[in-house]
Write a protein that binds this ligand. Sequence first.
Ligand code: PLP
Length: 394
Amino acid sequence: MRRKVTYNLANSITIGEDQTEKYPIPEVNEIDINLSQLQRNFSIIRNLIKPDIKIMAVLKGDAYGHGMVPIAYELEHCKCDTFGVVRLIEAFSLRKAGIKIPIILLAPIIPLQASWITINDITPMVDNEEIVEALDESASECNKIVNIHVKINTGLNRYGIEPKEAVNFIKKIYDKYPNVKVEGIYTHFQNAEFDENFTIKQIECFNEVLNRLEKENLRPKIAHAAGSAGILMYPQSHYDMVRCGIILYGLEHKEGEKDLPDGVKPLVTLKGRILKIKTIKAGETGGYGDRFIAKKDTKVAIIGLGYGDGISRGWKEVLIADQRVPVVNYFMDGIMVDISNLKGKIKEFDEAVIIGSQGAENISWEEASKYVSSYADEQIQRITERVPKHYFYE
Ligand SMILES: *Cc1c(COP(=O)(O)O)cnc(C)c1O
């Protein structure tokens, strides 16, 4: 059975008997998250990949701002194989919420975290013997075996052991640390979207490591390399598992160039309400400072969604009454828009769409992020917890 979830600041998570659905706290803004679209995105991506290849859904950064636990429940229901996060607290929160499938921590841990990892059956990435030793010790204390995934640096030059050290590193783990099992081995691309030559070099380098391990009978069960771009552009990098992040949410790293698979779409509509409509006289300012000085008598609306809610200074347009209107000033808790040229009737407390569709108009994360020299995944993660998330099925 699907677990019902609502997720917001007042009652961070309510599961099952869903009080927040009976008594939702009305707010002046909200994010609507379409779980039916998440199912569609997942199944489209599932079909791009051979059936015996596993899918890891990457849920770091609060599931790219979509709310980690509710997204995890939905993906567990879709039969996702594994979840990927980067912080212990993310992995722990998933376990605490009852998630049973493997959780892989894709960034280094520190020795202090080893016992938490072991007790909660979390699978950390490892590129350091000191960590292996700490894990082995805590695993032996708990009478458990800890699974790890060894990361290989094939050119990103961030984390990972060097390719030439791989065989010795893994051999040593088997010889010296009996409570640690190398379940996986992986690498990460440096610029898969734009640099084909370098990506292919990275794939070749990783293949070489796998071949050497195979010869020594040391190849871990699960090899993986592809993130979203790898999934779409390099089928030869799918190996035994793919790590699906941004495309699962229907977003792109690229700046609004549409090359997502057909049918993969964003899940999110970000909405606010008009809290005030007023006319600012010619020559007067609207809001703080002199960022907006009315050239003529100007009708403005103030929408209750500001940079305290995740909107950045520089945001250009929003949708009201199915039309684009320009943003003329910003403050902590709201934005001011010029509605002088708006056609049709609007009134206070009407809805404005910040991201998403209204009528025939649409503003995407990619478009909005470009205004502020940012990316969709960066922007969406800035939305703060006081904006309630409403999950729905179509
Ligand atoms: C974030 C991350 C991913 C997901 O990347 P997307 O491009 O969003 O799919 C995959 N692998 C690792 C190691 C990551 O840190």
